[in-house]
Design a protein around this ligand. Structure first.
Ligand SMILES: [Ca+2]
Ligand SMILES: [Ca+2]
Length: 187
């Protein structure tokens, strides 16, 4: 297993080769029931032009295989290859999450959003609950869409957003606008 910083540089390296990896992964998932094992992972890293020692691959695979079942699924694959977010952005995301979670139960549900004016329900078809529930489902990317956004789902969603937003200030204002909160941006 590598140190934290070698893992980081590894990820940066992989990220640069990511378009090749995505193609490779698409090819494999068709053949192999949507997961890949350590050997397949190594093979496809090689195909993507990233040669690593077998032990390195194994160590990385172990870290990526978050539920430890020996198979990497697409979610684990992309979560793993995503470059780490800055501490600042992580804090911003957690701050916003806590502000939205009015009931304080650690999950964002429609109860938290009622009467907060987060979405304009005036022109929605169906009930306010239905509208809020569809809104919440947008942020659910990990488990089944149950209109309950966990911290993990929230962080996962905004980690993806974060990849596409260069400036911290822009990132903060995206969160502020969507969730109608004010971020206390001095940490
Ligand atoms: Ca809540
Ligand atoms: Ca959920």
């Amino acid at each position: 297993a590598g140190t934290g910083s070698s893992q980081k540089s590894w990820r940066r390296c992989v990220w640069r080769g990511t378009s090749g990896l995505k193609l490779a992964f698409r090819k494999i998932v068709k053949k192999n029931s949507y997961t890949l094992n350590s050997e397949e992972f190594e093979q496809y890293l090689k195909n993507a032009g990233l040669s690593l020692e077998t032990e390195e691959v194994a160590a990385v695979f172990k870290e990526f295989d978050r539920d430890g079942n020996g198979a990497m699924d697409v979610n684990e694959f992309f979560i793993a290859l995503r470059p780490p977010m800055s501490e600042y952005r992580k804090k911003v995301i957690m701050e916003v999450f806590q502000k939205i979670d009015k009931t304080g139960d650690g999950v964002i549900t429609i109860e938290d959003l009622k009467n907060e004016g987060i979405i304009n329900t005036t022109f929605c078809l169906g009930s306010v609950d239905e509208a809020l529930s569809s809104f919440l489902k947008v942020f659910e990317t990990l488990d089944g869409k149950d209109a309950k956004v966990t911290k993990e789902e929230f962080v996962h969603f905004y980690s993806d957003v974060s990849l596409h937003v260069e400036e911290d200030q822009a990132f903060v204002s995206i969160l502020e606008k969507v969730w109608k909160v004010k971020v206390n941006s001095t940490y």
